[in-house]
Design a protein around this ligand. Sequence first.
Ligand SMILES: Nc1ncnc2c1ncn2[C@@H]1O[C@H](COP(=O)(O)OP(=O)(O)OP(=O)(O)O)[C@@H](O)[C@H]1O
Length: 542
Amino acid sequence: MKLYKTKDRLLLGGTILFGGLSSLLVAFASILMQQVIDVAVAGDVKGFYRVLAVMLVYLAALGGISLLEAIMGKILIRNVTRHLRDRIFKGVMKQKPVRFSSRNTADYLSALVNDVKLVEENYLLPLLLCFQMIVLFLATLGILFYLSPLVTVILLGFLVLLFAVPALMGRKLQERQDAYSEQLSVFTAAAKDFLNGYEVIRGYSAFRCIFGRYLKVNKETAEKKFASDRLMAVNESFSDILSSLITIVIVFVAAWQMMRGTVTMGTLLALIQLSGTFVIPVVMILQNFPKIQGIRPVMEHLGEWMEYEEEEAGETIDRPENSGIPGQKRGICCSDLTFAYTEKQPVLEHENMLFEAGKKYAVTGRSGCGKSTLIKLLTGYSGDFEGQIYIDGISVKEMTQQEINRRIAVIHQNVFLFDTDIKDNICLGEDYTEEEIQAALKESGIWDYLSGLENGIYTKVGEDGHLLSGGQRQRIAVARALIRKTPVLILDEGTSAIDRETAFEIEKNLLEKKNLTVITITHHMDERLAGQYDAVVRLGAA
Ligand SMILES: Nc1ncnc2c1ncn2[C@@H]1O[C@H](COP(=O)(O)OP(=O)(O)OP(=O)(O)O)[C@@H](O)[C@H]1O
């Protein structure tokens, strides 16, 4: 998975560079410490002021570089997490419908919120820290060697021990972090489901039952997190014990060397100071490196979700007038159409139908016979069907989604409205004139209602349109489809939430439109409209 853009790579380089420099300076503090003690022990006043001046310059440099490194690190994290969320969102939204609907939307939410946070906490921050700590460790090692080769050799012996535990734990931790990330998806899905069911839970006094399920999934999530944290805790406490041990060893060995006169008092204190700058980076690396390793499966999942097939970018694909493909030049033709969601259960079997341009059709059939599925296939849900579907003579399998959308608009039974105003919900980012919007609203039968509102078409609809009635939502959906002036309009029970008279008015209006192909999926056809349909298509009749 590509985590950094070019600019972010430069930022990463800068952060590492300044992080490294500040680490070098931190390690250098021990030399200054040695100098100041030695000049003090020797009573060298001039030397004392010289070291003091160097110390002031040192502090200014350390402060400036640390600040730069910290700010660059924050910018890097902001950029990387923002781009990551952008790419996950784009990847998810651009998936083919079959792939998109194969997962719960809560999984996508969890990826955008939880997994990106995991990447920040368990990858980006530890990575920056590890780089910094490696430099601090190497610088410390160099200075240690310069001050006391004996202490350095002893410390290197401990290193082997220090690295052994995380190396053994790495894989286990990976598995547990991955399991925790998966469980977070499950938790988000369950919480979303329960919250969406608020009205049912309240109306049927189902709180006890639902709360029981919530407690269970919450407990499982907490347990998975604990399983991962527990392993990290073992790793962390092992490093802590060894780090204390190392400090003690340095102090004793250096003190012994001082007694033998091979090191000065300044060197002894410098070595004690260095024991910290030797141990801290090692401990930090040991505690953070497994996190970086552990996040790999999560990053792989995110990488998969960012993959999508880019459709042809062009708005219009030039197709020859007579493409040579069998079927109608205008209108929709299905021949020998067979489709199944799962292998064992075909929903549509050997269906043949023709929707001629400008004509009006009612599609009927028992519940579950595949009417909505047919609409899905006509509008590019899946190319994984047998037989053929031609729209204006072109196989639907060869069309881009944009091409299909320019030809067909669907008004669904379950209308979705974004949490914005009515105008936005109708235009969906396209530019339409006030007149066009007004005409669509009038045709959908909602204009009178809107003209009485203080904010008119700028009235907010609330989350999923809950500030409007079911009928008003559906009328907005009708306006949304009409304004696009597609040659084909499909109503998938699209007026079922509207009162009978308004539904009659809207459908009558649509059926009177001369050049519009109308396909209405209906269970209850208004007998007053029966004569206006050119044909009734019965699905699953064979
Ligand atoms: N995404 C899906 N995955 C698996 N099966 C599905 C999916 N969508 C629908 N089905 C199944 O396909 C069959 C046809 O569903 P469809 O919604 O097309 O029927 P319908 O004729 O529109 O029904 P209704 O009149 O009740 O709305 C049903 O048995 C349904 O369970």
